[in-house]
Design a protein around this ligand. Structure first.
Ligand SMILES: Nc1nc2c(c(=O)[nH]1)N[C@@H](CN(C=O)c1ccc(C(=O)N[C@@H](CCC(=O)O)C(=O)O)cc1)CN2
Length: 288
């Protein structure tokens, strides 16, 4: 193993203590921020992630509002809970845990959310603000990846970043963050239609592997010294996480985010940050 570790657990812990101090200040001013979650169905992974989000809230002093619906819930039932969270003054920001069950129109659900309560940065208004360079909540995993690189002093400015994947939570939006003037990276996005992905990967200073394909990025595809972020989550027959990055990459890369222990904890920490920022902007939260 030659790569240095991009330690998501330790970095997330540092962000969480910064968030906790901001929550204390809000509470001293009479506002308790609240994070709402809507979980539909009984996917074990999603249950675990949502439980983790509420554990984090308890640690930093953010109130929790948990809503759950069975996997058989209709579009209308889901939308009714979204309206309820929009109207709940104790809820500063909320997320709809993805994926939603098959047959549910995800975009209709996301569009119904009050954009001022979008804790995930996935509402069309938030994504539009990102495109326009206006302030707003940033998508948690992409923002977490950038923060993980920054806090390990990995140079983003001028870097060639190759993103693998184009899913809603990571791949679609991370190029928008990386090409802001504050980051100034050059981005190539790969997907299932890309002709020669290994050739592109070999040019990358930074690789973001977010395709959800086990061990897609092989050691021979990585430029020596590159930073490699393993975002994909697949599970083996024992339920153990298998990332998008082959373990042999650790011998070639300069930096590597472990999976678990890399990008996942950062996603959760940046979610808390979005909730606090919404409360600081004068959004809602329980007032006492
Ligand atoms: N509404 C959203 N849905 C989903 C998002 C999202 O950002 N918003 N991202 C993923 C899941 N996700 C957050 O919800 C998430 C994934 C992983 C982790 C995490 O802490 N993982 C741990 C390992 C946990 C385990 O053992 O399973 C780690 O990487 O160390 C947190 C959040 C899809 N849906």
């Amino acid at each position: 193993m030659t790569a240095q570790i991009l330690d998501g657990k330790a970095t997330a812990a540092a962000i969480k203590s910064e968030v906790a101090a901001r929550v204390d200040a809000l509470r001293a001013g009479g506002v308790t921020p609240g994070l709402g979650t809507l979980l539909v169905g009984d996917d074990i992974g999603s249950q675990k992630y949502v439980a983790g989000k509420h554990r984090d809230c308890a640690q930093v002093g953010i109130a929790s509002i948990q809503r759950e619906l069975p996997g058989t819930a209709t579009q209308e039932e889901i939308e009714a809970v979204v309206r309820e969270l929009n109207d709940d003054p104790s809820c500063t920001g909320y997320i709809v845990q993805l994926p939603l069950p098959k047959g549910i129109e995800v975009n209709r659900v996301l569009e119904l959310m009050d954009p001022d309560k979008d804790a995930d940065g996935l509402h069309p208004t938030s994504l539009g603000r990102l495109v326009l360079g206006e302030p707003g909540p940033l998508p948690c995993t992409p923002n977490g990846i950038i923060e993980l690189l920054r806090r390990h002093d990995v140079e983003i400015r001028g870097a060639h970043v190759v993103v693998v994947g184009r899913g809603i939570t990571v791949g679609r939006s991370i190029p928008l963050l990386l090409t802001r003037r504050s980051e100034n990276a050059t981005v190539t996005q790969c997907h299932t239609g890309t002709r020669d992905m290994p050739a592109l990967l070999r040019q990358a200073d930074i690789v973001v592997a977010a395709a959800g394909v086990p061990h897609l990025v092989k050691p021979e595809d990585v430029k020596p010294g590159a930073a490699v972020l393993d975002v994909g989550v697949s599970r083996d027959e024992n339920g153990k996480i298998v990332g998008d990055v082959h373990p042999g990459v650790a011998e070639v890369a300069g930096w590597l985010s472990p999976n678990p222990g890399g990008v996942g904890p950062m996603t959760r920490a940046l979610l808390l940050q979005n909730v606090v920022e919404a409360a600081e902007r004068g959004g809602t939260g329980a007032r006492h």
